[in-house]
Design a binder for this molecule. Structure first.
Ligand SMILES: NC(=O)c1ccc[n+]([C@@H]2O[C@H](COP(=O)([O-])OP(=O)(O)OC[C@H]3O[C@@H](n4cnc5c(N)ncnc54)[C@H](O)[C@@H]3O)[C@@H](O)[C@H]2O)c1
Length: 356
C-alpha cells in the first residue's frame, strides 16, 4: 500500500492509564505519526476521565472490554496490570483486532499458551508484546553484531538490572516477574535460542531492601546450546536505573548500556562521574517511541503486528521461564528446568522463525 491508499490515523484504545499507560497516551498523542487515542479506560474511572479531557477526540469508558471492542477503535494497547492481560488480549483476538500488550503477556504460562493457540486459530498474527528493548538501538546493534559473527561464538551473557528503589510491597517473585522478565526476553532475542533452566542465588540483602526482599539477587540461566547467563538484579541501589548487557564471545566481548553517550563529569580529586537515568521511561524513551511507531505503521498496512516485535510465543516463553525462576527461589541454588509446550503451527510462528 502506498501513502495515498493508507487508511486515516489509527484509532487506539489504551486500557490502563497508570505510569506506563499514561506515558503511552502521551507518546501516541504527541510523537507517534498516523495514530491517535480515541478511547481510554482505567479501573480508576476518574483518572481515565481526567486524561481523556487532555487528549482531543478521546473519550473514557468504564469497562475495559467496552474499550477493546468499541466501534471507534482500530487497535488496542494494554497497560493494565499483568494479571488482566490474557483475558483482555483474548477479547481483542475474539474480534480480530490488533493488540500491543505491555509485558507480561500473562503471569500463568497456561493463560499465555491459550493466547498463542487462539492467535494461531485466527490465522494471522495480531498480538505484539511490549518487550521494548528489541527496539533499543544498542540492543539492535548488539544482536546484529552477534548475527554477523563479530564476537565469534557467544559463550556467556552478563546482565545487570538496577533500580534506585522499589515500593515497600515488592517481593522476591516481583523481582522475577517484573524485572528479570526483561532479561529473559533480551537473552532469547540476542541469542535466538530458548532458556532451558533457571537457578537463583541470594546474597546477604542490602540494608536498603525492604524487610523480606532478597535484594540483590543473582539469577542464572542456561540456554539450549549450553550458554550461561548471569542476571544481577539490584533494585535498591539508591542511584538510578541501569540496564547493562555484556556478551562474551570466543573472539571478543561487547557491552551495551554503559550510557557513554550521556553526561560525564571530571570531579575534583581525580574522580570521574556522570548521570544515571531516574527510571525506565527516559532510558528507553526512544525504544518505546520506535516500538509504537512501527506497530502503528504495520497495523495501518493491515499486517497486524510489526515483524520486529516480540510475539505471543515470546510472551509465552517468558512466562514459562519466569515460572521456573520463581520456583528456583526456593531450591537453594539448584536449577529448575524450563519446559515449553510444542509450538502450534501458524502464521505467527512462521513470522517468528524468520526473525531468528
Ligand atoms: N515495558 C516496560 O518497560 C514497562 C515498564 C513499566 C510497566 N510495564 C508494564 O505495564 C503495565 C502497567 O504497569 P504500570 O507501571 O503502569 O502500573 P500502574 O499501577 O501505574 O498502572 C496500572 C493501571 O491499570 C489500572 N487498572 C487496574 N486494573 C485494571 C483493569 N482490570 N483494566 C484496566 N485498568 C486497570 C490501575 O487503576 C492503574 O491505573 C504492567 O503490565 C507492567 O509490567 C512495562
Amino acid at each position: 500500500m502506498d501513502a495515498t491508499t493508507l487508511p486515516p490515523d489509527l484509532r487506539v484504545a489504551v486500557v490502563g492509564v497508570g505510569v506506563m499507560g499514561a506515558d503511552h497516551v502521551e507518546r501516541l498523542a504527541t510523537r507517534t505519526k498516523f495514530a491517535r487515542v480515541s478511547v481510554v479506560n482505567d479501573f480508576d474511572t476518574a483518572k481515565a476521565s481526567r486524561l481523556a479531557g487532555t487528549v482531543p477526540g478521546c473519550r473514557a469508558v468504564e469497562d475495559p472490554f467496552e474499550a477493546i471492542t468499541a466501534d471507534d477503535v482500530d487497535a488496542v494497547l494494554l497497560a493494565s496490570p499483568g494479571r488482566f492481560h490474557a483475558e483482555q488480549v483474548l477479547a481483542a483476538l475474539e474480534i480480530g483486532r490488533p493488540v500491543l500488550c505491555e509485558k507480561p503477556l500473562a503471569l500463568d504460562p497456561a493463560d499465555a499458551l491459550q493466547v498463542v493457540r487462539r492467535e494461531a486459530e485466527h490465522g494471522s498474527p495480531l498480538v505484539s508484546v511490549g518487550f521494548m528493548r528489541r527496539f533499543d538501538r544498542e540492543h539492535e546493534e548488539l544482536r546484529a553484531s552477534l548475527a554477523a559473527g563479530e564476537l565469534g561464538t557467544p559463550l556467556m551473557v552478563h546482565c545487570k538490572h538496577r533500580n534506585a528503589s522499589v515500593p515497600g510491597h515488592f517481593d522476591d517473585r516481583m523481582m522475577v516477574y517484573d524485572s528479570a522478565v526483561h532479561e529473559v526476553d533480551s537473552v532469547r532475542y540476542l541469542l535466538g535460542e530458548e532458556i532451558v533452566s533457571a537457578s537463583v542465588l541470594k546474597p546477604t540483602p542490602s540494608e536498603n531492601a525492604p524487610a523480606g526482599l532478597h535484594d540483590p539477587m543473582l539469577v542464572l540461566f542456561r540456554t539450549a546450546s549450553g550458554r550461561v547467563v548471569t542476571d544481577e538484579l539490584h533494585l535498591t541501589t539508591s542511584a538510578g536505573y541501569e540496564v547493562r548487557t555484556e556478551v562474551v564471545g570466543s573472539r571478543g566481548s561487547a557491552t551495551i548500556g554503559l550510557e557513554v553517550g550521556r553526561l560525564t563529569t571530571q570531579l575534583p580529586g581525580g574522580r570521574w562521574g556522570g548521570s544515571v537515568h531516574a527510571d525506565f521511561r527516559p532510558r528507553f524513551r526512544d525504544a518505546y517511541d520506535v516500538q509504537l511507531q512501527r506497530w502503528v505503521d504495520a497495523v495501518r498496512r493491515g499486517e497486524g503486528v510489526d515483524p520486529t516485535s516480540a510475539t505471543a510465543w515470546d510472551g509465552y516463553a517468558a512466562a514459562v521461564v519466569c515460572e521456573a525462576t520463581a520456583r528456583a527461589l526456593d531450591t537453594d541454588g539448584a536449577p529448575v528446568p524450563v519446559e515449553l509446550a510444542t509450538r502450534p503451527p501458524g502464521p505467527s510462528s512462521d513470522h517468528h522463525e524468520e526473525q531468528r
